[in-house]
Design a protein around this ligand. Structure first.
Ligand code: FES
Ligand code: FES
Length: 401
């Protein structure tokens, strides 16, 4: 057990927890603050959002012991908070909740949006709320409610966007807004973008010719039954390769060797369509190639840029393919770029791609009609990372050079 002391809703708390205990379990199980809800428990839905050191974080993926010395506020602490009172009334008025499961996290996030972005319009609110999912799909009412509070505060002359502060990291106990930010006093404490969000949205480094910086990369390998020369040739045929990527479609091929590609992804209620260009360089002697790409999802205004390096080698009668993916993802969808999730799903996508590629090279399927080319549909927990991966690997690779 690990002992830690922190301030929760204005009160000093000392507890002993298992090192693996999440912050969400700490507040719910140890402190009985069950207003914090748990939905996905993997940092996706935002139901567990609470304030740590004055900034919203997803408590399900926060380690409790990492919050030693931090100041935590849960939804229970906002009963008398004036802004939260306005938001609750607006949520009621605009029918912004049905079952209410997402509501505590939504309210915490909404309050942060109003305080941090005093002039946010509907589009900006939607982007800021991208990390909070409502399974009742009450987004329209939620956005209207938040917007109405912003407008009311603007009319009352109360809208003063808070200055941006350097982030903690939240939960470290080192944030400037730490121990002194408790109880109602926290309502006036400036807070910048949620720490978890900021961290998640931080662009992931990508190998860049401009900066020369080497980025961490995800490596995968797979085998294809076809001989090396055949696979090597296929890797050079971008249109055929695109057909192996579920949801991808080739829009055009330019004379300069670049390709315009679209990528459609559907994850439950969330849809994205990435569009961009790609090009690749190949070295016949070493059987290696590098694909550079970049694209944009017009719905979420997310940008993706990436590099995929592949190396082919003979493996018995077949071919071994080693790939290495580096990427940069910014914008609303960057929240899905958590390393563990992305790595897991790059593996899943790679397997899908490898299967399609193998099928397309088999004698029975000479031209390789593979997966549904119209849209990649992702279900369950895989959805989140697949979307990230699509944004990074798939669409980047063939979108631009
Ligand atoms: S329960 Fe924490 S983000 Fe879903
Ligand atoms: S109101 Fe039911 S999940 Fe949002």
């Amino acid at each position: 057990m690990s002992g830690l002391s922190l301030t929760v809703n204005g009160e000093k708390v000392a507890v002993a927890v298992e090192p693996r205990t999440s912050l969400a379990d700490l507040v719910r199980e140890n402190l009985n603050l069950t207003g914090t809800h748990l939905g996905c428990e993997q940092g996706v839905c935002g139901a567990c959002t609470i304030l740590v050191d004055g900034v919203p974080v997803r408590s399900c993926i926060g380690n409790a012991t990492a919050c030693d010395g931090a100041s935590v506020r849960t939804i229970e602490d906002f009963d008398a908070d004036p802004l939260m009172t306005e938001l609750r009334a607006a949520f009621n008025k605009h029918h912004a909740l049905q079952c209410g499961f997402c509501t505590p996290g939504m309210l915490i996030m909404a309050r942060d949006i109003v305080l941090r972005l005093g002039d946010a319009d509907e589009q900006r609110i939607r982007i800021e709320l991208a990390g909070n999912l409502c399974r009742c799909t009450g987004y329209s009412g939620i956005v209207k409610a938040i917007r109405s509070v912003i407008v009311a505060r603007q009319r009352a002359g109360a809208a003063e966007p808070r200055p941006t502060l350097p982030l903690g990291p939240a939960g470290s106990g080192h944030a400037k807004t730490g121990a002194d930010v408790s109880g109602a006093a926290k309502a006036a404490v400036p807070s910048s973008r949620p720490a978890a969000e900021a961290s998640a949205r931080k662009p992931v480094p990508v190998p860049s010719a401009a900066t020369g910086k080497k980025a961490p990369a995800v490596k995968q390998s797979f085998s294809i039954a076809s001989p090396l020369p055949v696979v090597w040739q296929r890797f050079g045929e971008v249109p055929a390769m695109v057909r192996c990527i579920p949801g991808a479609s080739l829009v055009s091929e330019e004379a300069d060797g670049t390709y315009t590609i679209k990528m459609r992804i559907k994850m439950g209620p969330i849809g994205a369509e990435f569009a961009g260009t790609a090009s690749q360089q190949r070295d016949d002697a070493s059987k290696t190639g590098v694909i550079h790409g970049a694209g944009r999802d017009t719905k979420s205004a997310s940008l993706a840029e990436g590099e995929l390096t592949y190396r082919l080698s003979k493996e018995g009668d077949g071919t071994r393919v080693d790939i290495e993916v580096s990427y940069l993802l910014s914008g609303a969808l960057a929240q899905f770029a958590r390393a563990g999730i992305v790595t897991h799903f790059i593996g899943a996508i790679t397997a899908q791609f490898a299967a399609n590629l193998g099928r397309s090279l088999s004698p029975e399927s000479a031209d390789g009609p593979v997966e549904d080319a119209g849209e990649l549909r992702v279900a369950g927990s895989l959805g989140v990372a697949l979307k990230a991966w699509l944004g990074e690997l798939l669409r980047n690779p063939f979108r631009r050079g």
